[in-house]
Write a protein that binds this ligand. Structure first.
Ligand code: AMP
Length: 295
């Protein structure tokens, strides 16, 4: 695996790859890699000639600065995992490779930077107004900002994202369409621990006690999947809210059942084309999200 820390050097290298007519698959990550990330690399290896993975803890997508400070950074272990996964190229830039001083200053002033829109008026409509968008102000703008920058550096043919961040996938698909970026977004299934917990870099921050309790999150989603044919949407939502009401360890930020295209709450299972149950839970040390496709 070749490692690049400089955007310029990576671009030069990829240009030679492109002139060799090879297809580039790209998996952007924030590091602290686990089998969920490895599954993106594996999917990219199947569909593309050259696989690039990036590790960059993107400050502009964090609305909570303590979450950014505490975000796990495990570059050496990540490199080893990527080598064993068969990744060809790792891009691990320092912050000034990605952001100018002006852009970082805007972030410091909590101002939303729209320069990544490249003069267009990219509008996510309702996609970034609900769930994660509603609870993490500026989060999706930061995600779109960094992903658009990374796409312009790597120029992949296909980019691989996990369904674990289900709403993020919709926002990125919308961004790619509106900016007319010539690449395909490939969605990869959620990879879970043996007890059902969705793998996440933030799981390493859970205390032993919390780790035991968090199986309730995926367990709730699995129950909803079993029950949805017999209960209306509103009853299921109420049931989940009640389940977390007096939980001393976890606070439910939201539970919703949404259409997979519009990301808006569905009225009824009968009239919906698709349904995804999404959940966000806050524990003392960390905030976790998960989801399950019902149909
Ligand atoms: P992150 O490093 O958390 O920003 O995630 C980088 C990419 O890995 C995103 O596309 C995530 O959706 C994906 N990812 C994270 N966790 C999982 C998982 N458990 N299963 C599948 N993909 C995942």
């Amino acid at each position: 695996m070749i490692i690049f820390y400089s955007s310029e050097k990576l671009k030069n290298h990829l240009n030679s790859v492109l002139s060799g007519q090879k297809t580039i698959g790209f998996a952007p990550t924030m590091g602290a890699l686990h089998q969920g990330h490895v599954s993106l690399v594996a999917a990219a290896k199947k569909l593309c000639d050259v696989v690039v993975c990036s590790i960059f803890v993107n400050p502009t997508q964090f609305n909570d600065l303590s979450d950014l400070d505490k975000y796990p950074r495990t570059l050496e272990a990540d490199k080893a995992l990527l080598v064993s996964a068969g990744c060809d190229i790792l891009f691990a830039p320092e912050i000034n490779e990605i952001y100018s001083a002006e852009e970082l200053e805007l972030k410091r002033q909590h101002k939303e930077d729209k320069s990544w829109m490249l003069g267009k008026n990219v509008d996510f409509g309702l996609l970034d107004k609900v769930m994660e968008g509603a609870h993490r102000p500026g989060h999706f703008n930061g995600v779109a900002q960094v992903v658009s920058k990374l796409f312009r550096i790597v120029e992949p043919h296909k980019a691989f994202f996990g369904q674990k961040d289900f709403q993020q996938l919709s926002v990125i698909r919308s961004m790619v369409k509106q900016l007319e970026m010539p690449l395909e977004i490939v969605a990869c299934p959620i990879v879970r621990e043996a007890d059902g917990l969705a793998m996440s870099s933030r799981n390493t921050r859970l205390s032993v006690e919390e780790r035991k309790n968090v199986t309730k999150i995926s367990g709730t989603l699995f129950s909803v999947k079993e029950e949805y044919k017999n209960k209306p949407v509103s009853e299921l939502i109420q049931q989940v809210e009640d389940l977390f009401k007096n939980d001393p360890c976890m606070t439910l930020e939201y539970f919703d059942i949404v259409d997979s295209s519009s990301i808006q709450t569905i009225d009824s299972f009968g009239s919906a084309k698709s349904a995804v149950a999404c959940i966000a839970v806050k524990l003392e040390s960390v905030r976790l999200i998960d989801n399950i496709v019902l149909f």
